[in-house]
Design a binder for this molecule. Structure first.
Ligand code: CA
Length: 225
């Protein structure tokens, strides 16, 4: 299930977005202020950020710029109130992936979200990596086990991609944080460990005695095919 962070200070719009995206099957978190948006985006893993422009404490332009300068690569769709703001998003080097002008229809926004996710998948390329009973299909960006699609978050798939590409090598938590979450800011190592636990449940026959995602005490993890 993909996680989306909604940054919107108008309660009516935030509530409508939250409802609509949850109905679509996304996991959703909502914040109403720019400073909190930066801190949540850095401390948790999201697959997409919907970012309003006019916000208390720090506006959406600054939030976007700050997250990108910190190395965060999570796709960002800006929600703008006016066409001038939209022009600004295009004109400034903010690093946003797309923008939607208010008032927008839920259908339009959903289409934009799917397009952003598709682009991420396309960038991942067309490799298929097989290991054990699983295969990671990078063209479709999906994990299969015994030929059946396994539910996995965008972040879990990115993490697994880093592992299969670094097969046989020990990857440190720092390396994984940088590769999957983006460099330049502090995220707890626990974030990596928690995702490893989740991934093991999906790919290992026995998650307690893993054969693929091997923990190397005090260093990180090694992936074995
Ligand atoms: Ca606003």
């Amino acid at each position: 299930m993909s996680r989306i962070l909604i940054v919107e200070d108008e309660p009516g719009i935030a509530f409508a977005l939250e409802n609509d995206l949850q109905t679509e099957g996304y996991e959703v978190a909502v914040v109403a202020d720019g400073v909190e948006a930066v801190s949540r985006a850095r401390s948790e893993s999201f697959d997409l950020i919907l970012l309003d422009v006019m916000l208390p404490n720090k506006d959406g332009f600054d939030v976007c710029r700050e997250l990108r300068r910190g190395g965060l690569r999570t796709p960002i769709i800006m929600l703008t109130a006016k066409t001038q703001e939209a022009e600004k998003i295009l004109g400034l080097d903010l690093g946003a992936d797309d923008y939607v002008t208010k008032p927008f229809s839920p259908r339009e926004l959903r289409a934009r979200i799917r397009a952003v996710f598709r682009r991420g998948v396309a960038e991942a390329g067309g490799e298929v990596h097989r290991f054990g009973r699983c295969e990671l299909d990078l063209a479709r960006f999906e994990l299969r086990r015994d030929g059946q699609r396994v539910e996995a978050t965008h972040t879990e798939l990115k993490l697994l991609t880093a592992f299969v590409r670094g097969r046989g090598r020990v990857l440190t938590r720092e390396h994984l944080l940088e590769e999957v979450w983006g460099s330049g800011f502090y995220v707890s190592d626990r974030v990596v460990d928690n995702h490893i636990v989740a991934l093991r449940k999906k790919i290992e026959d026995d998650p307690v005695a893993p054969r693929h995602l091997i923990g190397i005490r005090g260093v990180g993890y090694r992936f074995e095919g």
